[in-house]
Ligand binder design. Sequence first.
Ligand code: AMP
Ligand code: ZN
Length: 117
Amino acid sequence: MMNQDCLFCKIIAGKIPSAKVYEDELVYAFKDITPIAPVHYLFVPKTHICCAKKINAENSNYIASIFEAIAKVAENENLDSYRVINNCGEDAGQSVMHLHFHMVAGKKMGWGEQSLG
Ligand code: AMP
Ligand code: ZN
């Protein structure tokens, strides 16, 4: 199910342009418009799930497919190291309310407070 007012639903439907990096039956992936690293992709389920809080037994096949897709893209692009990030909720920095996983790579990354901006 898609949501008429959702930015990422519109991107999946092709109503708003994006730089696609991967697509299958359940998953769409595209370049983040404001990259925080040389490689910064967003992986989204092709159904409207607002956030990680709403992952359940009925829709978790989308999540499995997203992580399979991330592994495929990493292999295709020879990404030896990468970070997968999900921001869930406003305080965590979620700005688009359609579940997405950031795949970030191509630079040495810190850990802890300094990596949280
Ligand atoms: P978050 O802050 O975790 O909700 O991540 C939302 C991400 O979506 C941000 O990193 C934005 O740069 C990215 N973003 C917003 N609009 C677009 C767009 N039209 N195309 C690609 N990425 C976008
Ligand atoms: Zn949506």
